[in-house]
Design a protein around this ligand. Structure first.
Ligand SMILES: [Fe+2]
Length: 228
């Protein structure tokens, strides 16, 4: 899956291992070919083929959170490229993930590659320091937001109050034309505009914090992919 605008190309790579299905994203600057990897976890041959075909120079690895289905290939890419690895300070302080070349960011910091700028948005809730990355009009959001719902808040460090605040922050600050690239797809292809998601995603429609928390933490959810 390829998306692009005037200065970047986005390659969405669907990677699997067993029952895990994760999207890894390669985003690169068209003119310098300097790029980043978001959440590399499975099938390095697939990711390597795309890097090779597009002649991408990997400068940074951006991790939305510490869950192993999002970070599994981070160390591997620190050996095969000279990339530095970024995770939020909140996430790092809470879980202390053991990763090479690690650098920490806080909310609203900038990470450069070529002539492009990635802005960090710390959105806790799924985990203590889950984060999103905004590049131009594209948001890479890990397990915080999916077209169909939002991430579960029951794993260690997860918090539905924080998730509510994070969803509200995204709603308030993002332009409706921003395209959403989550860490997993549950049927809808990555790249949908926020405007569409606002219409169909119930977690984006509940504006009362208590109602949101009750709904997010309900115990009759069949599995974490059943958002309704
Ligand atoms: Fe996760």
């Amino acid at each position: 899956m390829i998306h692009q605008d005037e200065n970047i190309i986005i390659l969405g790579i669907r990677t699997t291992k067993g029952s895990f299905i994760n999207f890894c994203y390669i985003i690169y600057d068209k003119s310098s070919r300097e790029g980043i990897l978001v959440d590399p976890s499975w099938e390095p041959e697939k990711i390597n083929n795309a890097l090779y075909e597009h002649e991408v120079i990997v400068r940074h690895i951006l991790l939305t959170h510490h869950h192993f289905d999002h970070i599994n290939l981070s160390d591997y890419y620190t050996y095969t490229t000279s990339a530095r690895v970024w995770i939020s300070e909140k996430e790092y302080e809470f879980y202390k993930p053991n990763l090479n070349n690690i650098l920490l960011f806080n909310n609203n910091e900038e990470i450069q590659f070529g002539s492009c700028t990635c802005v960090t948005i710390v959105t806790p809730g799924h985990t203590a320091g889950s984060s999103c990355f905004k590049i131009n009009n594209h948001l890479f959001c890990g397990d915080t937001l999916f077209p169909e719902g939002c991430g579960i808040c029951t794993s260690l460090g997860g918090n539905p109050n924080e998730m509510f605040k994070s969803i509200q922050l995204l709603k308030k600050n993002l332009n409706k034309s921003v395209k959403i690239f989550p860490g997993h797809s549950y049927g809808i292809a990555p790249g949908l505009e926020l405007e569409s998601i606002l219409k169909t995603n119930i977690y984006m429609q509940i504006d009362d914090e208590e109602t949101f928390i009750k709904f997010r933490m309900r115990t009759n959810q069949k599995n974490f992919m059943e958002f309704l």
